[in-house]
Design a protein around this ligand. Structure first.
Ligand SMILES: [Zn+2]
Length: 169
């Protein structure tokens, strides 16, 4: 059974809950569409710049950052083994760890391939956003119509941002 897609608003909550850090290797992950809009914006300003920010398929030769660090969603308890397809069972994972993990459960994967977890001398980042707010800004300023997918992510990020704003008041 193919797993259903993760709704944008759920993914956004999971990413921010996890500080946009990969739950396996602890590397900072990046929101893929931020690099798409960033590439467009930089190309508008600097048409002769050669960029490797964005590629639809996250290819290393075209987008090394996405190839390594694009944020995705992992099931803590494997979906194929009956793990729930819901927020409480989701965790942020970088695309590299996700590919290496394949269909293994997290425990099986950790036993055969546990990445060296990144540790910071000064502690973990508390405000990393995966460039999600860069995306929000660029999407709002975009001079071309956004695709349905881009709009969906924008709305989810705005909702999350508004919730945080309300909580800080
Ligand atoms: Zn990782």
């Amino acid at each position: 059974m193919a797993r259903p897609p993760v709704p944008y608003d759920v993914a956004v909550r999971v990413y921010f809950r996890d500080g946009w850090l990969c739950s396996h290797c602890r590397r900072p992950t990046v929101f893929h569409l931020a690099l798409k809009l960033l590439a467009e914006r930089v190309t508008q300003a600097l048409p002769h710049a050669h960029l490797a920010y964005w590629d639809e398929r996250w290819r290393r030769d075209q987008s090394p950052l996405l190839d390594q660090l694009a944020a995705s969603i992992d099931h803590v308890h494997a979906f194929s083994k009956g793990g729930e397809h819901g927020e409480a069972n989701f965790a942020t994972i970088c695309v590299k760890c996700n590919l290496r993990k394949g269909t293994r459960t997290r425990e099986e994967h950790a036993a055969v391939d546990s990445p060296r977890r990144v540790k910071g001398k000064y502690g973990e980042p508390t405000a990393w956003d995966g460039l999600a707010f860069t995306y929000m800004m660029l999407a709002r300023e975009s001079t071309r119509p956004l695709t349905a997918t881009e709009k969906g992510w924008l709305r989810a990020l705005e909702a999350w941002y508004d919730t945080r704003l309300a909580n800080e008041r």
